[in-house]
Design a binder for this molecule. Structure first.
Ligand SMILES: Nc1ncnc2c1ncn2[C@@H]1O[C@H](COP(=O)(O)OP(=O)(O)O)[C@@H](O)[C@H]1O
Ligand SMILES: [Mg+2]
Length: 159
């Protein structure tokens, strides 16, 4: 499967995240890839806003996971950039987050590719200037139709 769309500003990327959040349920895992500055954190901010998260809580492994509470669901925001791979992920007990009743968004998902559940939504962000292309290779639990709906709701150009 492949879904692609574009955003033309960081605001629009956040709006997409906000729109997407409506279709996320407990146990949803989203893996984001793309270079530094691609917009992974920007998108995650939109998701946090969309679920109504109000508080950022430092988790026991706060250098890798940040927890956002106060919203419809907990949001666990991972940045696995500093992990050396899956072994490191398991050794830190981070896979336990996948069992929780929240949403997991993982920046640099490729680093822990082998640890990602089969129903993970996978998205790659690329581009420069103010334009970004989003390529979804796995819709996972969210479903392709919902991803397209969210992109349309945010006014993105679906390719
Ligand atoms: N269309 C866009 N979508 C997201 N970010 C954009 C876009 N255009 C420009 N930017 C800029 O790119 C940067 C993205 O940063 P960030 O979200 O922290 O990236 P990452 O987490 O992938 O390293 C921000 O400075 C943002 O303003
Ligand atoms: Mg980031």
């Amino acid at each position: 499967m492949k879904i692609s769309f574009k955003t033309d500003s960081s605001e629009q990327t956040e709006r997409f995240g906000e729109a997407l959040s409506k279709y996320l349920e407990a146990g949803t895992i989203i893996a984001l890839d793309g270079d530094l500055g691609a917009g992974k954190t920007c998108l995650t901010r939109g998701i946090a806003r969309g679920i109504g998260a109000t508080t950022l809580v430092a988790s026991p492994t706060f250098t890798i996971v940040n927890e956002y509470e106060g919203g419809r669901l907990m949001l666990y925001h991972f940045d696995t950039y500093r992990l050396s791979g899956e072994d490191d992920f398991y050794a830190s007990g981070l896979d336990e987050y996948f069992m929780k009743d929240g949403i997991c968004v993982i920046e640099w998902g490729e680093v822990i590719e082998g640890a990602l559940p089969s129903d993970t939504m996978k998205m790659k962000i690329s581009g420069n200037g103010d334009e970004r292309q989003f390529d979804i290779t796995e819709a996972g639990k969210v479903g392709g139709e919902n991803i397209i709906k969210a992109a349309s709701e945010a006014g993105c150009i679906v390719l």
